[in-house]
Design a protein around this ligand. Structure first.
Ligand SMILES: CC(C)(COP(=O)(O)OP(=O)(O)OC[C@H]1O[C@@H](n2cnc3c(N)ncnc32)[C@H](O)[C@@H]1OP(=O)(O)O)[C@@H](O)C(=O)NCCC(=O)NCCS
Length: 154
């Protein structure tokens, strides 16, 4: 598996909570329905939303771009049944990834009441190795797992 790119980001949960508290509509602009639905299962959705925001910013770093290069919803976090996260890129973010030869991603999150952090790794197209079209965002998200392990509800 050839790692060709890496990105990391940390978000202060209280600051993020203040931002979404001031502008509630921003949540719909930043996060997919599935991401919001998953976060809403918990008493403090801001903590998980902050972690997912960190993923989106970490992905910008991995792609070598900044704010405005793609829509935040172009990068979303899904979950395998065991709880492990996977990354799905679409739209402009997906095109940037293909331009850079990235066909598959690995992502890891951590969060507490104070901080949310994420790291993403981009793998080269040849190393994606899931037997499908690496430009397909779903195939690209699967990595070494099988479709049977996907939690479609998240
Ligand atoms: C992985 C685990 C130890 C992390 O716990 P933690 O240190 O309290 O929590 P952290 O804040 O550091 O990490 C939480 C994130 O870990 C990720 N995570 C959860 N389960 C994971 C797993 N199995 N593998 C990798 N990452 C996992 C998630 O992204 C989660 O954040 P999210 O709920 O916002 O998506 C804990 O979630 C766990 O024990 N999960 C059960 C895994 C398991 O045994 N699954 C059964 C096999 S199918």
């Amino acid at each position: 598996m050839n790692v060709v790119s890496v990105g990391i980001d940390a978000v202060e949960v209280e600051r993020f909570r203040a931002v979404i508290g001031r502008r509630p509509t921003i949540v719909e602009r930043l996060f997919t329905d599935a991401e919001r639905g998953y976060a809403a299962r918990f008493p403090d959705p801001a903590e998980r939303l902050a972690a997912r925001f960190a993923v989106k910013e970490a992905t910008m770093k991995a792609l070598g771009v900044g704010l405005g290069a793609f829509r935040f919803r172009d990068v979303s976090v899904g979950r395998y049944r065991g709880g492990a996260p996977y990354l799905v890129l679409s739209g402009a973010a997906g095109e940037l990834a293909l331009d850079r030869g990235i066909g598959s991603w690995l992502v890891s999150l951590t969060h507490t009441a104070l901080m949310a952090e994420a790291i993403v790794l981009g793998l080269c197209v040849e190393a994606a190795g899931v037997g499908g079209d690496a430009s397909d965002p779903v195939v690209s998200a699967l990595g070494p797992y099988s479709p049977g392990s996907l939690d479609v509800g998240a």
